[in-house]
Design a binder for this molecule. Structure first.
Ligand code: HEM
Length: 273
């Protein structure tokens, strides 16, 4: 009998437990392997895994939004972005659980992490690449080259690339150099793109689809920055000014990461509005 056909936990009948079998709950619950007996380490691993799955969930929706835009279906893209944002809120909410851990309890098992660090999360990086932050240097430094999914992603236009291509197809003056840019290279903000967004915000009714898209994108960017900002607070709470396990300056490094904004011209054009 294979694992999927086990009797239910009371052993009362021969029906396989379809709940467990369908979503592989047995395999899921076998995935936590704390290295100490601290119950806080178990909750640290659990919430880290929950977050990894939510990175994937957010990625799934952002990827849908990108696909709908490539099909010139901006309303469907906006609906996918709404779902993206909902999942991002859940993701940020997870810090509440992590904050329940007193710093001394964290330090009690921190050494067992070795050099493990969130910088090595390929799913987080896949999400960043998909949205448009293609900081490729980190792939080399955090030893992510082993994950072909990241290399494949760099060969595709990001969500923001698709947004700008969509605007160009709608007749807005997005420069050809932006539309045809190499997606593997980090994006450089462009004055002409800032002006395009400005024209959209000066005439929302004339550019309804682009305006609605812009508002949803800004919400995605806002939620992403909230996640980063809350992570920084958690790090200060747990580590103060200590260095990170991944080798960075810890909170000091994360403060610079916090300055990044997705869809940059959507933020900078506000100064001109
Ligand atoms: C006690 C809790 C945590 C502490 C003290 C902490 C600390 C840090 C520090 C210091 C860094 C900077 C890189 C380094 O030197 O390691 C970092 C990066 C990172 N952490 Fe955490 N972290 C915690 C929990 C988490 C959790 C639960 C996740 C999600 C699963 C996470 C995801 C990340 C990611 C994705 C980065 C890279 C950010 C970027 O490259 O922009 N962290 N963390």
């Amino acid at each position: 009998m294979n694992q999927h056909n086990r009797h239910d936990q009371h052993g009362q009948h021969d029906q396989p437990n379809q709940y467990v079998a369908y979503a592989r709950m047995d395999a899921l619950h076998a995935l936590q392997e704390p290295r100490t007996s601290s119950p806080f380490e178990m909750s640290f691993i659990l919430i880290s895994q929950v977050k990894e799955l939510l990175f994937r969930m957010v990625h799934l929706e952002a990827d849908q939004a990108r696909a709908r835009l490539a099909e010139d279906r901006p309303e469907a893209a906006c609906r996918a972005l709404t779902r993206t944002v909902r999942n991002q809120r859940v993701l940020t909410g997870c810090w509440e659980s992590m904050n329940a851990m007193p710093a001394d309890e964290f330090l009690g098992f921190r050494d067992t992490l070795g050099q493990a660090s969130g910088t090595q999360s390929f799913m987080y990086r896949l999400l960043e690449f998909t949205l448009g932050n293609r900081a490729t240097a980190v792939v080399r430094s955090a030893d992510l080259t082993a994950f072909p999914v990241l290399r494949a992603e760099l060969g595709r236009p990001s969500l923001y690339d698709e947004v700008l291509r969509f605007l160009a197809r709608r007749g807005l003056p997005v420069p050809e150099s932006v539309v045809a840019r190499d997606p593997a290279v980090p994006y450089t903000p462009h004055d002409a793109v800032e002006k395009v967004w400005l024209s959209v915000y000066h005439d929302p009714d004339g550019h309804r689809a682009a305006y609605d898209l812009a508002e949803q994108l800004l919400e995605v960017a806002y939620q992403f920055s909230r996640w980063r900002a809350t992570h920084l607070l958690v790090v200060e709470r747990m580590l103060g000014g200590k260095r990170g396990s991944g080798g960075s300056d810890g909170a000091a490094w994360l403060r610079t990461v916090n300055e990044h904004r997705f869809f940059p011209e959507l933020w900078t054009m506000r100064s001109l509005l």
